[in-house]
Structures are given as C-alpha cells and as structure tokens.
Design a protein around this ligand. Structure first.
Ligand code: DGJ
Length: 719
C-alpha cells in the first residue's frame, strides 16, 4: 500500500512486513526517513539531523542567508536521491554533465502519481504482477534534467522494486555519467555485509564481514554480471543468522556491468547505491531523449537470511520469470558436453540418445559442436549452420522423438571466432578496434550486440534452425569476459550497455517467436546468473563445476538470491562420490545428467534411475516451487545441510552432507518450515514425529562419517 500524506508531505510505502518512508521538504528535496519493519507512522520532528542547525544557503540576489525549517543539510541528511557537486560527498546515484561541463545536480519534487499496477521498461526486462506503484517526477535546480523515480510494491511481498529514468528536458545535449537505479540511506552503520564472489567453477561463494568506514564496492566491469561478483548483496544486523534477525538485500535486473556501493561515512550514515557500473559508461542525451536505467530490487526481512531468500525466490518465480510453463516439472535433461565435448558424429550421438533414454533422460541436449566446422573451439562461432558432414540433425532428432524424448541444442550467439565465415564477411561485427591487437579468450571475440544488423542476422540464423528442426530447448552460452569494447555502431561510453540491450532484444524476439521453446542461460557455467537473464531464461547453468563437493558451496551460495528451480545442476562422472551421493546434491537444483552414458555400469544406471524417481515425485512441489531453508553452511564448518518444504507443508526433502571424515558425535540437525502439528514420516529412521519434534529435536545424523557422505531424507505427512 502506498500513501501520500499531503499535510506533512510524507510518502509511505508499506509491504507485508516493511515500511519505507520519505518526505518532501519545503525546498522540494526528498528526505529519506525510514526503511525497516512496518511502522504505523513516522514523526518527522524526531529526525532533526544530528542536532545541527546548519541548514543555510545564500543567494546574491537577496544578499541574505536562508534557513530551512527542517534542518536538512545536504552533506549529512539522509537522502532519497543525493545531490551531486554540492556538499554530499558520499556518492550520488545520478551524475549528469551539462553542456558547460558542470555536473552539479539537486533534484527537487515536481509531481507524483500513485497507481495500481506497474509499468514495463522499453528496452530492458522488468518485473510484473499485482502491485502498486509510485512515480515521482523531479526537476534539477541546476539545469533542465528531469528525473522520474518509481517505486513498486508487489502485493503480499516484502520487495520494493525501484527504477530511475533520466530525461534531457533542455535544449542542449547532456551526458549521463552515472545512472544508478537505487539509493537507500541508513542512519547507522552497525551492519554486516554479505556478498557472493567467485570465479569459473567457484561461483557465488558467500562472504560475510562487518562494514567498516569508507566505501565498499562490489562490481563487474566484465561486460556480463560475472563469475567474479554476483549483482546481489545483503546488509544485516550483526546478530542476524539464517533463521532470525533483520536483513536488507539488494539486487539488479540486469546482466551487464554493475556496481553495488556501500559507503559508511563519517556520520555513520550508510549509503547503498546500485546500478550500471559507471566506469566506461557515458550516454549522451539529445534534447527530450530519455535514458531508462534497469530495475533494482530491495528486500526487507525480519526473519533472517532464509527470510531474504524466501522473498527473492517468490519474486523470481512469481514476478520475474516470463516462461509460461516454468512451474511445471521439467523433463530430465541429458547434456552431451562432458561426455564427448566436440568429438562426436551421428552414430555416437544416436548411441548416446539410446543410453540416455535407458537411464531415464527425457530431454537430450546436443551441446557445442554441431555447426560450422566446429571440431575444435578455435572456429565457427557465428556460423550457425548445421555441420552436415559431421551430424545428421534430422536423424538425431527423429531418434530422440522416437524414444519419446525432447530435443535441445546449444548456441553461443554473442560470440564470433575470427576463423568463421561470419567474421570473414563482416569483421566489423566483432567488438574491439580492428587496427589494434585484440585479446582473445577461448579463441573468440565478442560480437557487437549493439549493432541492430547483428541482432537481425542472429535472429534470422537462429530462427532458421528453430523453424527447420523441432527443437524444444536452447542452451544459450556466453564464454568470455568482454575486454576491448570499441564498437562500429555505438559510442564508447554506451557500448557495454548497448550490447546487453541488444542481447535482450534478441532473446525477447526469439522468445516471442518460439514461445514453447525453453531457454536455459549459461556463461562458462554461472558467469551470468542474474535477474536480467532469468526474465528470459527460467533456468541457468549454475556452474561448469560438477564436482559434487564444490557444488555444495556453489549451490549454497546461489540459493541466497535464486530459487532452486533456476539452478541447472548436473551429475557427472566425477569419481569423488557415488551417483546416489551426486544425485542427492544435484536434486537441490534443477537436476540433469552429463557424462558418457554408454560407459555406465548396470548398477550405476540403477542409481541414476532411482534419482530420477525422486526428482519426478518430489521436485515440482518441494524443490522447484517450495520454501527453501539453509540449515548448516559449508562456508562455516564441516557440514552442509539444506531443506525444502512444499508450500502446503505436506512434504519436505532434507540434504545433509559432510566434507571431512568425522567420528561419532552428537549431530542433530533441527529442521525448519514444517507444520508443528502435522505428523511426518522420515526416510532416515523410518519413524513418524510431529513437525515440532523435527524443528526442536531434529534429525539425528550422529553416526561415523567417512569423508564426503550425503544423506537425502524425505519427509511425508503421515495421515
Ligand atoms: C561452457 C558451458 O558452461 C559448458 O557447459 C559447455 O556448453 C561449453 N561452454 C561448450 O563450449
């Protein structure tokens, strides 16, 4: 519910459990007042900034000092949209350079409207659903720049979606040098900060540390949201744990360069800013042009970090993903990559399909290697024509369909190999300056998605394949960070942004033309796992790492922001544990299979079939659409335990795994999220207890543990 108290000029946004409050002062400045657990009302007189009475300005025309009654002072007051180039040096969300070179901006209230619903963005993904929105238009005291801030609150969810649009309302060009989407100021600094950093095969490792004075920035300037840092961060009280305490989380509906700045200044004001990374970002706006920034989201939880995840998970599933069947049980996916890499032919793939079917796969995905001359990774990205001398795709698909399986295929549209027909015909389609030596990564250059001709060409070539062959699934890969950014079609400062907009355009057009095709995202594993991609692709490769022990960390870290239904997670031939053990872990994502299936022994096949059975019986209700809880963190000790409960609380799956060998010791794991009064039978000791018992006493894992053991415990309501 959003209200405006006209008398006191106070905006109040109420979610299920939170209030977000700010006011308009007599100068028209938006003063941030409060963000936290629901409040009935806010007494503005209690916020007399740090006890000072310094709010003075001077105007030559009057030759006098002027004071403002509310003590607002533009260096230390909490701001809703901080000024730039005045006294506030803690970071402004928007920086605009005017024709005379000046960058001072102070935005003041012009008008607002509150309406049911939510508008969508023109060029970028945006969330949807039953909601209420506040839009405030602001004008700049120092020039003709108009700013529109929007705040959306979804019914029943503790999520605030924010967005910023910047318009050149003047007669000369202006340059937008920073266009962040979110600012939240807190009148305190006693927080811990949690972020999710990583690398290829170690994506989204959670790291928690106390905030200290000064600026802490997590960011990507890699041209994608990146392995290195995920566009998601949490501020929480020092006492906050998984199950209790206050936490605020911030994220970004965008797949390119981002920055999340957390700045504690000398007043112990904490300012959070999030948006497109302003390094290498400049957008020139001609008169009346508008720049729309991506959406950002802010979550408030007073039920710990699991509470944050519940809100994020519900938001992603209900208000972000656009694929119509995303909530249905997905077919058991078999992917060819780890089995044969680029080394296959029609006969070997047909054999794979037979064996994949035998172990229960329902969707066969032919990964990299089916196009151009792609027998090595040095060639052919861009040449999206079937390599007919290598693979008879008609026959392969016929085989799949005759086995009752769906068929999927791999693309990496945003890349080009210098050794490709496309590059030879159109070298200007690659990013980077052709008169300079460019850095290759995996022998490839990034293609210039800011160029409409490139997007059109890719759309045609991919459409040709998707029209000609009955393809049910596309794996959309992206295998390099972007370095040299020069483009033949976009200005330097805009290119990083425009290539993401181009990618979204291509994805959007293909999704529209092929509404039944399921698109899964991937970027050298999990290098682009973000809310922007999830809008188009309801599932993303969590990592190239299929070592199940590494996966414990990767999936645990990923779960903070993203629901399990979005995490592609496969069992492979990795020898560190049995297929059952690997399956137990992979089931806490969207399970799939990836190895040479012809080499599996009969007993291994049986193991895989059993995992499929669990997947089919429980996945949709419990894992994909249920409520997920982290119980024990592998980042903190020798165990990892997580669980997921169906929304109706009749079924739950619990995973317990250990890393190092351990003797007998007491090891009870207390569960979460069950109905205290329901009786549940568990598959660990076969007994039945009520929900309260599981949540207070716990499941007893007090046994000798060899290294890397896993237990999957199924709980079902016993009537
Ligand atoms: C990187 C992906 O993460 C892998 O799964 C595989 O598709 C390769 N690319 C293919 O080149």
């Amino acid at each position: 519910m959003i209200t405006f108290d006209n008398e006191n000029k106070i905006f109040k946004i109420d979610g299920k459990n939170f209030s977000y409050i700010f006011s308009v002062n007599s100068k028209g400045i938006l003063r941030h007042l409060y963000y936290g657990k629901s409040l009935k009302a806010y007494d503005v007189s209690s916020s007399s900034d740090l006890g000072f009475d310094w709010s003075r300005t001077y105007l030559d025309e009057t030759g006098a000092e002027r004071t403002y009654d509310d003590n607002y002072y533009n260096d230390r007051s909490l701001a809703e949209i901080a000024s730039h180039g005045l006294m506030d040096k803690s970071g402004a969300p928007v920086i605009v350079r005017k024709i005379d070179g000046s960058t001072a901006t102070e935005f003041t209230y012009a008008e607002h409207r509150i309406y049911r619903g939510k508008s969508t963005l023109e060029t970028l993904p945006s969330s949807h659903g039953d909601a209420q929105t506040l839009e405030i238009v602001m004008s700049d005291r120092f020039g003709d720049v108009r700013l529109t801030l929007s705040y959306t609150v979804f019914d029943g969810l503790d999520m605030l979606v924010r967005n910023t649009r910047i318009q050149n309302a003047g007669k000369t060009d202006v340059t937008v040098e920073r266009a962040y989407s979110l600012e939240v100021d807190f009148p305190e600094s006693e927080f811990d900060f949690i972020h999710f950093h990583g690398d290829w095969c170690t994506e989204r490792f959670a790291e928690r540390a106390p905030l200290i004075n000064g600026m802490h920035r997590i960011s990507s300037n890699f041209g994608r949201s990146s392995h290195e840092e995920n566009p998601f961060g949490i501020l929480c009280r020092k006492s906050t744990c998984e199950q209790s305490g206050e936490a605020y989380a911030f994220s970004f509906v965008y797949s390119g360069n981002f920055a999340l700045d957390v700045n504690v200044d000398k007043w112990h004001r904490t300012r959070v800013l999030m948006g497109i990374n302003d390094e290498d970002f400049r957008v020139v706006l001609n008169p009346s042009q508008t720049f729309e920034a991506p959406e950002s989201v802010a979550v408030y939880s007073d039920s710990g970090l699991n509470g944050v995840s519940h809100i994020m998970h519900d938001f992603v599933r209900e208000n972000l993903i656009t694929y119509k069947n995303a909530k249905l049980l997905r077919p058991v996916l078999f992917n060819s990559w780890e089995g044969c890499y680029l080394d296959f032919d029609t006969r070997s793939i047909v054999e794979y399909i037979e064996h994949a079917r035998d172990i229960g796969a329902e969707l066969f995905v032919l990964d990299d290697g089916w196009f151009g001359k792609r027998n090595t990774d040095e060639t052919s990205l861009g040449d999206w024509y079937v390599a007919k001398d290598k693979i008879d795709l008609d026959r392969v698909i016929r085989k799949c369909k005759s086995c009752g399986m769906k068929f999927g295929i791999w693309f990496e549209p945003e890349m080009i190999n210098p050794d490709s027909e496309l590059y030879r015909a159109h070298p200007e389609y690659a990013l980077g300056r052709r008169d300079m030596e460019r850095t290759l990564s995996r022998h490839q250059l990034a293609i210039d998605m800011s160029n409409d001709k490139v997007v059109d060409l890719l759309f045609e070539r991919m459409s040709d394949i998707l029209e000609k062959y009955p393809i049910d699934y596309v794996k959309w890969d992206h295998n390099r960070n972007i370095g040299e950014i020069a483009s033949a079609s976009a200005a330097y400062g805009e290119t990083y942004h425009r290539i993401i907009v181009g990618t979204y355009r291509l994805l959007g057009r293909l999704r529209k033309k092929f509404p039944d095709v399921f698109f899964e995202g991937c970027a050298s594993g999990g290098g682009r796992f973000d809310l922007g991609m999830l809008y188009y692709c309801p599932q993303i490769w969590a990592s190239d790492e299929t070592d199940p022990v590494q996966r414990l960390f990767i999936q645990y870290g990923t779960s903070y922001a993203y629901p399990l239904s979005t995490m592609g997670s496969h069992i492979s031939k990795n020898p560190i544990m049995s297929y059952t053990g690997k399956g137990n872990i992979a089931l806490f994502g969207t399970y799939g299979i990836e190895m040479n299936p012809c080499l599996l022994s009969e007993s291994e096949r049986d193991e895989v079939r059993k995992i499929n059975g669990v997947y089919k019986k429980y996945h949709a209700d419990v894992i994909a659409n249920g409520d997920f809880y982290r119980l024990l963190s592998p980042f903190d000790g020798n165990y990892m335990s997580v669980m997921s409960v169906s929304k109706d609380k009749t079924k739950a799956l619990v995973l317990f795994a250990n890393l190092l060998k351990e003797n007998n010791r007491y090891r009870f794991v207390r569960l979460q999220g069950l109905d205290e009064n329901k009786m549940y039978t568990n598959s660990l000791d076969g007994k039945s207890y009520d929900g309260a018992y599981y949540m207070r006493v716990g499941l007893n894992f007090s046994v000798w543990l060899d290294e890397f053991r896993t237990f999957l415990v199924i709980l079902e309501e016993s009537k």
